[in-house]
Design a protein around this ligand. Structure first.
Ligand SMILES: *Cc1c(COP(=O)(O)O)cnc(C)c1O
Ligand SMILES: [Zn+2]
Length: 443
């Protein structure tokens, strides 16, 4: 029975009171700070690391509900409090760990891997956390809690994930999007699932304020990552990486950061495996920000002594155009615990990093470009060595960002000098002209 294990909400500042995961609370009533999900580690430690690994391997991508999902295959470490019949899953996780041999050689690494988290049901890694949150909501509704709907503010991918999971479960949802700041595909995703889609004349930070107010006053459940249930799902990125390296640990994990839930989630996942003896070593974490929205980078430069929210400037990496990240404290703690680094990338750097990577067969979104550009800088500075095993977290599927790619290859992105401009060749259907064009291209 899963109920032999248990997890509760506890404030990140250690205020003593714990709360059930089924309580509708997002912040500590004593100090107002965020919660994190605290697992009963003593119970988890009763199983040996060998037993855990064998259990996870036996479930991985198999049929038995819900354990074939790589999130729910680690249910005891993720969210033991939900009954399997209430789990809302699209068989998430288990994404490809791509050996980027050619790109690695070009940028000076022998052991570069790209974790293809965008190869997911809704095309981004947000599915990993959303399956946990929506499952818990379904459990709460089954237990008689009065929840009319679930809502989130989003830069595009959270709303797509919330919409899909609520549509699977038949739970009403509302998404708050900043007008003209998400891609057409991201706007279409909640619409096609029949989810109430609000396009507001503000930025992400403005949407965030409004959705928090609505959720605090109405019986609407908040699905943003300040709700730490989502962090529990996102941390399975680390479980999966260890598993895919046959329970080994890479030297560095590079992830793009906006609201900063994910960098802390990745840290939490590795720490938990380490405490259970499943892995023997912790990686170093790198958080990569767009230079146009880089409050964490500025804080890092100051030794994390201060943190100043920004008004985020427009960036091609629209999912991380966030100036006032909700999980900043968690992120700073994770980076300090994992000997972390924060780096940033300009529009020109992130776009050309995508251009170079895609020439080697990858298919990257602009956020993955931020991570790759940051990685290139760290290699150039010698902070990452050619022999280090590095994983870049690719956070979304580039098919959501075809406008960006099209404009990049046409060299028509403002502030970007496209180093890999490349476009289709328009020709009449004439043998000689086609042959001449081919040999001009491949010579
Ligand atoms: C959400 C998101 C991120 C950033 O994650 P945070 O937890 O907000 O830092 C990066 N890339 C993509 C594509 C995202 O959707
Ligand atoms: Zn507190």
């Amino acid at each position: 029975m899963s109920n032999e294990f248990s997890a509760k909400f506890q404030c990140i500042n250690g205020c003593s009171q714990q709360f059930e995961l089924s309580e509708i609370l997002y912040r500590c009533p004593t100090c107002g700070d965020l919660f994190e999900v605290q697992h009963d580690m003593d119970k988890l430690k009763k199983k040996s690391s060998e037993e855990w690994k064998a259990l996870f391997e036996s479930r991985y991508r198999k049929h038995e509900w819900p354990y074939g999902s790589s999130v729910w295959g680690k249910k005891e470490l993720v969210c033991p409090n939900v009954e399997s019949e209430n789990i809302v899953s699209t068989y998430e996780g288990g994404t490809n760990l791509f050996w980027a041999e050619r790109l690695g050689k070009q940028i000076g690494l022998n052991d570069l891997w790209v974790k293809q988290c965008g190869m997911a049901h809704t095309g981004s890694f947000k599915d990993l956390g959303m399956t946990v949150l929506v499952s818990m909501v379904k459990q709460m509704i089954a237990d008689g809690k009065n929840i009319r709907a679930v809502a989130c503010a989003s830069t595009g991918d959270t709303s797509a994930a919330l919409a899909a999971y609520c549509a699977v479960a038949g739970i009403p949802a509302i998404v708050f999007l900043p007008k003209d700041k998400v891609s057409l595909s991201q706007l279409v995703q909640p619409i096609t699932h029949g989810i109430t889609t609000l396009s507001l004349d503000t930025d992400f930070d403005g949407c965030m304020k409004l959705v928090q107010e609505i959720c605090s006053k109405e019986n609407i459940y908040l699905a943003n990552s300040m709700n730490s249930l989502r962090i529990e799902g996102q941390k399975t990125i680390s479980f999966e990486l260890a598993q895919q390296f046959d329970w080994g640990t890479p030297d560095f994990v590079v992830v793009p950061g906006g609201n900063l839930g994910n960098v802390s989630a990745i840290g939490k996942g590795f720490k938990m495996m380490y405490d259970l003896g499943i892995i023997q070593k912790l990686p170093r974490l790198v958080c990569a920000q767009a230079a146009n929205a880089d409050p964490l980078y500025q804080s890092y430069k100051d030794g994390f002594n201060s943190f100043k929210p920004q008004r985020a400037q427009k960036t091609l990496a629209s999912a991380i155009q966030i100036g006032d990240p909700v999980s900043v404290k968690k992120a700073i703690r994770a980076l300090q615990a994992f000997d972390g680094i924060v780096e940033h990338a300009t529009e020109n750097e992130l776009a050309n990093a995508v251009g170079r990577a895609n020439r080697t067969g990858l298919f990257c979104c602009p956020h993955t470009g931020v991570a790759l550009a940051a990685l290139e800088k760290l290699i150039q500075r010698g902070e990452i060595k050619s022999s280090d095993r590095v994983v870049v977290i690719s956070t979304a599927n580039a098919l959501k960002f075809t406008d960006f790619l099209y404009n990049y290859h046409n060299n028509s992105l403002p502030g970007v000098e496209s180093e890999c401009a490349f476009s289709s060749i328009d020709l009449p259907a004439d043998y000689n002209q086609v042959r001449d064009a081919i040999f001009k291209a491949i010579d």
